[in-house]
Design a protein. Structure first.
Length: 217
């Protein structure tokens, strides 16, 4: 009869343990910077002069749209023609931001990560956010649902960003090694994305997202 023998513990050198610990710290810092960067961009945007709001003439006609395609990250969306694309921020090459006439913003941020589903990404992200705001939770999940966008599994949420005092609409998609984070932020004089133009068109834009081959740089 064979007897099971547990393998002897591996004695890792000190430098190996230090490298693994440093790698985990870097992953936490990166995820935290991604979350706080979006909130920081909101406050920076609030300080800028925003476009005048569109006249409310009671019309329910769907506005004309403009296509946007990002070949570097392989996706395309359709947004209202009145929205203006903000200047890119070199520190966040994967982020694309549109500003609506009422000052609200719509952004897509693409990052790399070894995740196989949006649920797995959010499990890690939510764990970090529990203590991201001075040791306190940085956000609260108001509701969450699984859906499909562009033929890919998607998690859609309403989130309260506690540090900024905002309620935003968000969607998370994982495609190969890329994570697509889509967020609608409210206008400067509001705290609810649902009350802003980008929040009102969030569902339409999400349902029309497409994914294409990634173009070489």
């Amino acid at each position: 009869m064979f007897r099971h023998i547990d393998p002897a513990p591996v004695d890792r050198p000190d430098w190996y343990n230090m490298v693994m610990k440093f790698s985990r710290i870097l992953n936490v810092i990166f995820a935290l910077c991604l979350f706080l960067g979006a909130a920081g961009y909101y406050f920076w945007q609030r300080g800028r002069e925003t476009l005048p709001p569109p006249a409310d003439n009671g019309s329910t006609v769907t506005p004309s749209v403009q296509p946007y395609r990002n070949g570097s990250y392989g996706y395309g969306i359709m947004v209202p023609a009145s929205w203006r694309q903000s200047e890119p921020v070199p520190e966040f090459p994967g982020r694309t931001v549109f500003q609506a006439p009422d000052g609200s913003t719509f952004e897509i941020t693409v990052t790399e990560g070894s995740f196989i589903s949006p649920e797995q990404f959010l499990l890690d992200s939510d764990r970090i956010s529990r203590t991201a705001y001075e040791g306190q939770p940085a956000k609260r999940i108001l509701n969450s649902e699984a859906t499909v966008a562009g033929g890919l599994k998607t998690v859609r949420r309403d989130e309260e960003w506690l540090a900024a005092g905002l309620t935003v609409k968000a969607a998370y998609i994982v495609r190969d090694s890329l994570v697509y984070t889509i967020v609608a932020l409210p206008a400067a004089d509001r705290t609810q994305a649902a009350e802003s133009e980008t929040g009102k068109y969030f569902s339409d834009i999400l349902s029309g997202v497409t994914f294409t081959d990634i173009s070489p740089p």
